[in-house]
Design a protein around this ligand. Structure first.
Ligand SMILES: [Zn+2]
Length: 248
């Protein structure tokens, strides 16, 4: 039965149909069926507006920086955390769409572009089962028709959570944590570094240093949410989207 069905509607649509039956999607914001975040709810998210202090921070190491939304909103936080900690990988597509929109604002210079997700340490990735930044990067690359290179940069040391650290402590926490294993794949290219969230920019800046040493022409930071250390730990209003709504 399934064989003839897949022939009629196509394998990927069939897979989506099955997932919808067994794991129905509900909007994290309003519980509308069929999507993880509906257009109306996404429209309520606060767009990221860079403050001059942020711009100065990033301009030291990045050619450009774009964030789609401010992390200072319960739904932005819910999207990031539900993907990362609840394992709802479909939310990576939601984040990727926002990043593609932001990418259009970055002036093109004709250089070949390679997209690199901020890597997790091998142990953390193995525990979680996936790297949310890599899922986002893969989707962004497929929409834009660009190459993604998830193995160019490796995190050689696992770091403690940055949440309670000051800006200076964050910088030293990630110092020397990244290495470039495949410089030949990125030399002379423009790199787009992708992550779900950036707070002080210390991780992006540290990776950028490694990339510049490898001879890239530009380093662009592209993240879904820009947080500040005061809201990073803010509680998500779970009562508005109880866990059963995630899985039906
Ligand atoms: Zn909604």
């Amino acid at each position: 039965m399934f064989g003839s069905l897949t022939e009629r509607i196509g394998r990927s649509k069939f897979t989506t149909l099955l997932l919808d039956i067994f794991f129905p999607r509900f909007c994290l914001g309003c519980r509308t069926h069929g999507v993880w975040v509906c257009q109306a709810c996404e429209g309520t998210l606060p767009r990221y507006r860079p403050q001059s202090s942020h711009a100065m921070q990033y301009s030291k190491s990045l050619s450009f920086f774009r964030a789609a939304y401010s992390y200072d909103h319960w739904l932005t936080q819910s999207i990031v955390r539900t993907c990362k900690y609840e394992g709802v990988r479909g939310l990576a597509d939601t984040m990727a769409s926002a990043l593609v929109r932001e990418y259009q604002y970055i002036p093109s210079d004709g250089d070949e572009v390679v997209i690199i997700p901020v890597p997790l340490h091998e142990r953390k990735q193995s525990e979680r089962g996936f790297n949310q930044a890599e899922l986002i990067a893969l989707k962004v690359a497929s929409i834009l028709g660009k190459e993604v290179c998830a193995t160019a940069v490796r995190r050689i040391r696992d770091t403690c959570t940055q949440v309670k650290l000051s800006r200076e402590q964050r910088r030293s926490n990630v110092k020397g944590v990244f290495v470039c294993d495949e410089p030949h794949r990125i030399t002379g290219k423009r790199v787009v570094l992708v992550d779900d969230i950036s707070t002080t920019g210390s991780t992006l800046s540290e990776i950028a240093g490694v990339l510049w040493s490898a001879g890239v022409t530009d380093v662009i930071g592209l993240v879904f949410a820009h947080g500040n250390s005061s809201n990073e730990e803010a509680p998500v209003r779970l009562a508005d989207h109880p866990k059963e709504s995630l899985y039906g």
